[in-house]
Design a protein. Structure first.
Length: 58
């Protein structure tokens, strides 16, 4: 079982690589509507995750 105190964080550079990778997949395999909608949803999800990650730093 995983410890409740295990605080593994994904580095910021890896989050950016994943973000750009998902955008690339949407652009290559989706049409324009799918790309725009997917990009907006991805921005929303990543911004919420980024804000939660850096909330305690201020």
């Amino acid at each position: 079982m995983a410890s409740a105190g295990n605080n593994f964080e994904i580095p910021s550079w890896l989050m950016i690589v994943i973000f750009v990778g998902i955008l690339a997949v949407l652009a290559i395999f989706g049409d324009l509507f799918t790309f725009i909608l997917g990009a907006l949803l991805e921005i929303l999800v990543f911004s919420i995750g980024y804000n939660k990650k850096h909330l305690g730093e201020h």
